[in-house]
Design a protein. Structure first.
Length: 171
């Protein structure tokens, strides 16, 4: 199964970091996604259960998830769903695993601060100082310009990021 899913929920425990046998960073954590429905009679939301997902992130996403996520954080995860049957101690079950493509904080429940990663896209020659190491960078001139860094908070005052695009929203 290679279905892409997006889930919203809360991190069920601090993420655990490990590495694959080939040295690729991996972070694993669980997400609790409560199932709710609106009760017309009482005019309130009622929780009808909770789905639990095992989430795995790899490489740079793993490093960012490890440093950004904590138990109880509201998150949004998009990735590839894999349903896995398991058996342990005479019990059988089904596990919902997600290989994450993107992870972010759910801003409905709190604020989050974005910190842009500073890494070199091209590996440096052996023995060379990486372009973005603390000793090699003394100011932000070595970091490529971010086209959104100077954008106004008021959309009416800034150019649209879609300027020139041919698509239009349907009514």
């Amino acid at each position: 199964m290679n279905d892409t899913v997006t889930i919203l929920g809360r991190v069920g425990g601090d993420p655990n970091r490990s590495e694959t046998t080939t040295g690729v960073p991996v972070v694993n954590f669980r997400v609790a996604s409560p199932q709710r429905r609106f009760d017309q009679k009482t005019q309130t939301w009622i929780e009808t259960g909770t789905n639990w997902y095992n989430v795995s992130a790899f490489r740079q996403l793993a490093e960012h998830a490890k440093s950004s996520l904590h138990s109880g954080d509201g998150v949004i995860v998009t990735g590839r769903l894999k349903l896995r049957e398991w058996e342990s101690g005479g019990r059988k079950g089904l596990s919902a695993d997600i290989d994450a493509d993107a992870i972010g904080h759910d801003l409905r429940w709190g604020a989050s601060a974005y910190v842009k990663a500073r890494s070199s896209a091209v590996p440096a020659p052996s023995g060379a100082q990486p372009a973005h190491s603390p000793s090699a960078v003394t100011d932000d001139s070595a970091v490529p310009d971010d086209p959104f860094a100077q954008a106004s908070a008021d959309p009416a005052e800034s150019e649209s990021v879609f300027a020139g695009d041919e698509w239009k929203a349907e009514d």
